[in-house]
Design a protein around this ligand. Structure first.
Ligand SMILES: [Zn+2]
Length: 218
């Protein structure tokens, strides 16, 4: 696994500070289970936050750039230690905490068809206004072209998708916002399963999407 698309530093800082809503926290925790790079950043954010609370003067906050600290960590000779990888048993596709939320691995997912080649499992017991769902896009199929009334974070769990000139495979995060209109297409050869968090409803442009939207709460 070679994760190319990561969470933003601001998201990891907010996660470390406990400022994210439940849906986003689930997605972040799931990415951290697979991504040592972001785990190191989240740990650092934790340390910075803890240090500030303990005894560092507030002015230090302004002078500590998270990006600069990360550069130092990457510097040759850095002894920064990565946390141990989470134990994932017999090669499951769903890492924790997602596996516990679903109640098992991919076999336990209760899919509901929402369109040609596309299924979802929505998590309804989530606090806050953001929503989170698992999506399965059949190999070679695409979701409908859509825009966003908010932020959308999508993390690939298996297979992959192409979106414009970018490709996303296991562990990768795609970040979309109000300015993004896109139509991800699952790669050939394997169904793509991903975890998607949205802070607002999607915007559809064709009649099928507009009709389906209220039924599937997408
Ligand atoms: Zn990452």
């Amino acid at each position: 696994m070679n994760i190319q698309h990561h969470l933003m530093d601001e998201t990891l800082m907010a996660y470390a500070a406990g400022d994210l809503d439940q849906a986003t926290s689930y997605l972040v925790a799931t990415h951290l289970a697979l991504c040592p790079t972001c785990r190191a950043s989240a740990d650092l954010a934790d340390d910075i936050g803890g240090g500030l609370i303990e005894d560092v003067e507030p002015v230090v906050m302004d002078s500590v750039s998270f990006g600069n600290v990360l550069e130092r960590l990457d510097a040759p000779g850095s002894t920064a230690e990565l946390p141990r990888a989470a134990h994932v048993g017999d090669n499951p596709i769903l890492p924790e905490p997602l596996r516990s939320i679903v109640g098992g691995d991919v076999d336990a997912i209760k899919w509901r068809r929402i369109g040609p080649g596309v299924h979802q499992m929505r998590f309804d017991d989530i606090d806050g206004t953001s929503s989170i769902r698992l999506l399965k896009i059949a190999a070679g199929s695409s979701v409908l072209e859509h825009g966003h009334n908010g932020e959308e974070l999508t993390m690939v769990l298996t297979g992959g998708f192409d979106d414009g000139d970018q490709s996303f495979t296991r562990g990768d995060i795609e970040i979309a916002d109000q300015d993004t209109v896109h139509q991800p297409v699952a790669m050939q050869g394997e169904d793509c399963i991903c975890l998607a968090m949205t802070t607002g409803p999607l915007k559809f442009f064709d009649i099928f999407g507009k009709v389906a939207q209220p039924f599937f709460r997408i």
